[in-house]
Design a binder for this molecule. Structure first.
Ligand code: ATP
Length: 252
């Protein structure tokens, strides 16, 4: 089945597209089997959040765009789920904010690293980092901490969608400004992030790009104000409230 065969008016269209892309990702050797499990967990939270972008998540995407536009060395980390779900959208975001793309896997195998890099090239990416693996995130076992020295290791702002909690904490300990996209507001990664975006990567990545386009001519002072007024705790609390109280909880 291809995306276009899923009826657009199906009430669970986005969820069916997501499942299908992840399944195709596993078949192509891009997404790991653990990635399938992560997807299942994400889908449950998306259902509880009403499969929509909360106003608080939209504000977080805007703050993320402001951080990326202000960064000296922004890097967007790409794992097997992100590559399967939003390859073009991630490349577009990197282009708009001038970020590098780095393949970064929790379960690193050379085969999968290359399959993802090829997949991104096929979707129009020119330069992909991550394959050199000459840098490290201190405090993590070798394969889990391997990154590029001129990529994530030396980045000042990193976007880590669907990141594992340990690695999110280790990256924060390196002093990086961390932007995490994750549907579970209780997960360690978004709780560690400077900017947690509690939203589906399918919606969050294009939304960050739209905000970045809109802020492209903003002054450094305007970007600073957006960064400084963003409150990560309030974002997490709004998502938790939305899950507990249902549909309109984040809209007062
Ligand atoms: P942690 O280690 O951070 O405490 P975890 O063990 O739940 O949390 P993982 O299993 O490593 O984290 O990663 C899966 C995470 O990715 C889950 O929190 C899940 O909600 C999230 N996730 C899965 N699919 C998506 C998606 N499409 N968009 C956003 N988040 C997603």
């Amino acid at each position: 089945m291809i995306d276009s065969e899923i009826p657009r008016d199906h009430p669970r269209y986005a969820s069916l597209v997501t499942r299908h892309r992840i399944e195709a990702g596993v078949e192509r050797g891009i997404t790991s089997k653990q990635g399938l499990i992560a997807q299942g967990r994400g889908e449950a939270f998306d259902y509880l959040l009403g499969e929509r972008t909360l106003p608080s998540a939209d504000a977080a995407a805007r703050a993320a765009a402001a951080h990326l536009l202000s960064a000296n060395r922004p890097v967007i980390s790409v794992n097997g789920n992100v590559a399967a779900l939003v390859p073009e959208e991630t490349i577009a975001l990197a282009g708009v904010v001038g970020a590098d793309l780095e393949v970064n896997l929790f379960n690193r195998t050379e085969e999968r690293m290359e399959a993802i890099a090829d997949h991104l090239h096929a979707h129009g990416a020119t330069e992909i980092k991550g394959l050199t693996g000459d840098g490290e995130i201190p405090g993590l076992a070798h394969a889990r901490g391997t990154v590029d020295a001129d990529g994530i290791e030396s980045a000042d702002v990193v976007v880590v969608p669907l990141e594992d909690g340990d690695r999110a904490e280790a990256l924060a300990a390196m002093g990086k400004t961390e932007i995490v996209i994750d549907l579970n507001p209780g997960s360690r990664s978004p709780r560690t992030a400077d900017v947690p975006i509690i939203d589906n990567v399918l919606r969050a990545v294009p939304n960050m790009t739209a905000h970045a386009r809109e802020l492209a001519d903003a002054s450094p002072a305007e970007l600073q104000a957006i960064r400084e007024t963003f409150d990560p705790e309030a974002t997490l609390a709004a998502a938790e409230r939305a899950i507990r109280e249902g549909e309109f909880a984040d809209e007062e």
